[in-house]
Design a binder for this molecule. Structure first.
Ligand code: ATP
Length: 289
């Protein structure tokens, strides 16, 4: 087998906490992460050209080594000691770009899973996660996905009980938020609140969705900014439509609400689509490996 298809699932942050800046310039984070059914579709073909490329249906996404999917292919080949191989990747983007939903990281992780399959399961999940951590902070989580606690830069993962059944409504305003800019702002802003991560973990243990929804929190929402105001407006709309909780994911700008009722979630999606270009529903995904 020289080619295969793979889905790359988006992630949402149930919580996001920043503990501080480290001497290496990265930030120490504590995040409860969840993968969701919204996904990109990838086709991965091996050849003998020695060249790596990733084509996508979005013209502004790079198709060379700046694309995380290409970086993943390179890292995989290096780890497998098969540097002479070529890899052709095509990506149908469904995950909005610059949304805080780990679109690029999910694509990279999908390439690692797919290539591992093409190489007959050469690496264990742990080994794939190690390769992933060298590509980007969220890539390790995206290898298995599901529900997990991510610490450090995001690469120290502990698997958590599956998220109770629910419906996500995810909405992204037209603007994106620059991740480096947001981290710079957080370094100069004293944080007033932190998420109750322990409370979320207890609620997950008990399978209590209500306890999770009540505790959704992202410290980046604390940074006052004109754009964060729009985030607040989307959250209010989701709550007015019956969400049990709503929060911004990652560094934004996407915001999601959690609904217990599918019809209410669909109605919320229709209502928000009248004002915002991107709004979809999605379900939680269990770990893939
Ligand atoms: P995160 O949640 O990890 O912060 P994000 O959702 O905010 O990520 P992405 O959509 O992953 O951001 O991508 C942001 C940038 O990464 C874009 O500028 C894009 O050009 C670049 N990029 C590289 N590879 C990809 C890819 N495969 N898909 C999307 N963007 C990519």
């Amino acid at each position: 087998m020289e080619e295969t298809n793979e889905k790359a699932y988006a992630k949402l942050n149930i919580s996001l906490d920043v503990l501080g800046k480290r001497p290496d310039g990265y930030h120490d984070m504590v995040m409860v992460m969840q993968s969701v059914s919204l996904h990109d579709e990838l086709r991965i073909k091996l050849n003998d050209s020695g060249e790596l490329s990733a084509m996508s249906d979005l013209h502004f996404i790079p198709n060379d080594e700046r694309n995380l999917a290409v970086r993943a292919a390179r890292q995989f080949l290096d780890a497998a000691g098969d540097e002479g191989r070529g890899v052709e990747i095509s990506i149908k983007k469904r995950i909005p770009v610059g949304a805080g939903m780990a679109g690029g990281s999910a694509d990279a992780a999908a390439v690692l899973r797919a290539m591992n399959r093409l190489y007959g399961g050469r690496f264990s999940t742990g080994e794939l996660e190690e390769i992933a951590a060298g590509i980007g902070s969220d890539v390790a989580f995206c290898v298995a996905g599901g529900t997990a606690l991510a610490q450090g830069r995001g690469e120290l993962l502990s698997r958590l009980p599956d998220m109770p059944g629910c419906h996500f409504v995810i909405c992204k305003p037209t603007f994106s938020i620059s991740t480096p800019e947001l981290f710079r702002s957080i370094d100069s802003t004293p944080l007033r609140h932190h998420p109750d991560t322990a409370g979320i973990l207890e609620s997950l243990d008990r399978g209590e969705l209500e306890g999770i929804c009540r505790r959704l929190y992202n410290v980046f929402e604390d940074i006052s900014d004109r754009r964060i105001k729009t985030v607040g407006e989307i959250k209010s709309r989701l709550l007015d439509c019956g969400a049990a909780g709503a929060v911004m994911t990652g560094t934004g700008s996407a915001v999601f609400g959690i609904f217990t009722d599918e019809t209410m979630a669909q109605k919320a999606q229709s209502a928000l689509l009248r004002e915002y270009r991107f709004c979809c529903t999605a379900k939680p995904i269990k770990p893939l490996v």
